[in-house]
Design a protein around this ligand. Structure first.
Ligand SMILES: Cc1cc2nc3c(=O)[nH]c(=O)nc-3n(C[C@H](O)[C@H](O)[C@H](O)COP(=O)(O)OP(=O)(O)OC[C@H]3O[C@@H](n4cnc5c(N)ncnc54)[C@H](O)[C@@H]3O)c2cc1C
Length: 266
């Protein structure tokens, strides 16, 4: 470990100001960042810990929207009766992330900012057409899911911009299917499907450099929301990931299968 300053702001304004400093990095639950620091892949000069910022915690449901604060842990989302009632697929997704330790420390804001290619939350955010709320020295802004995920570990966030919350529109139907890589418990491929105010959406994680929408499957489901509509559907393997756990072709084959299972379960 290299030496670094450790800052503990207690308000969003103070956190956003501290995060703007050169060499500073936000820390949420540390479930990705601490691993990167131990491996020498990140060496921030200052860590800005969001744990003491009360404005970033909690879940509210109103007017057909579920709003989740950035520092809300996966365990809290999984255990929320409000989330389970409004968007059960989202509670199920949170409850299947990693293991208990990861779910008790990891946060929705950290997961989205990190944009790991196999992370679960990006699939729900893109698959439900959610909105990401942020704060920076430029003030607050909102970013639509379709514009947020830019590539491998890359997002639309500016340097030091803090995710404050995520708003999910309540869908008519939604479901999540995760084909786990058994050692890490991340998605080898994960598919989130929904039908609702943001149209018909099929979001895929684990298969490419970043989460993406499967347009051909969405078109078939827009015609008929049924697993049968996806029978015989294919997704091209071009540009998908190949690693020791599975080839691009294997991942491509899993996508319509998991989407069909998700629709059947929705
Ligand atoms: C063993 C293991 C298994 C896992 N399995 C899964 C899995 O199955 N599915 C899955 O989706 N994830 C999985 N994860 C990841 C985990 O879910 C965490 O959500 C993720 O690592 C982010 O962690 P964190 O919230 O603690 O953020 P941190 O590690 O603290 O931060 C991650 C990054 O986000 C930035 N950041 C954090 N919060 C904010 C914010 N509010 N605004 C702006 N930037 C911010 C940080 O600067 C850093 O760059 C796993 C992790 C581990 C260690």
């Amino acid at each position: 470990m290299q030496a670094f300053n450790y800052e503990t702001p207690s308000s969003l304004a103070a956190a956003a100001a501290a995060a703007q400093a050169s060499g500073a990095k936000i820390i949420a639950g540390g479930q990705s960042l601490l691993g990167s620091m131990k491996l020498g892949l990140a060496a921030p000069e200052a860590l800005v810990d969001l744990a003491g910022v009360a404005e970033l915690k909690g879940i509210t449901v109103s007017g057909g929207t579920v709003k989740i604060g950035a520092m809300t842990t996966h365990a809290e989302v999984a255990a929320s009766a409000d989330v389970a009632k409004a968007i059960p697929a989202l509670a199920a997704l949170a409850g299947n992330i990693g293991d208990r330790q990861v779910r008790n420390r990891g946060t929705i804001g950290g997961s989205l900012a990190n944009n790991d290619p196999a992370a679960c939350y990006p699939a729900a955010v893109l698959g439900l057409g959610a909105t990401i709320h942020t704060q920076s020295s430029q003030g607050p802004r909102t970013i639509a899911a379709d514009s947020f995920f830019k590539g491998l570990y890359e997002t639309a966030l500016a340097e030091g911009e803090v995710i404050t919350a995520v708003s999910f529109p309540v869908p008519e139907k939604a479901a999540w299917q995760k084909f786990k890589q058994p050692a890490s418990r991340f998605s080898l491929v994960g598919v989130f499907v929904s039908k609702g105010p943001q149209g018909v959406r099929v979001a895929v994680t684990g298969a490419g450099a970043s989460v993406f929408r499967a347009g051909t499957l969405e078109a078939k489901l827009a015609g008929s929301w049924s697993a049968d509509a996806l029978k015989g559907a294919t997704v091209g393997a071009d540009g998908l990931n190949t690693d020791l756990h599975g080839s691009a072709e294997y991942r491509a084959a899993l996508i319509p299968v998991l989407a069909g299972r998700a629709v059947a379960a929705s």
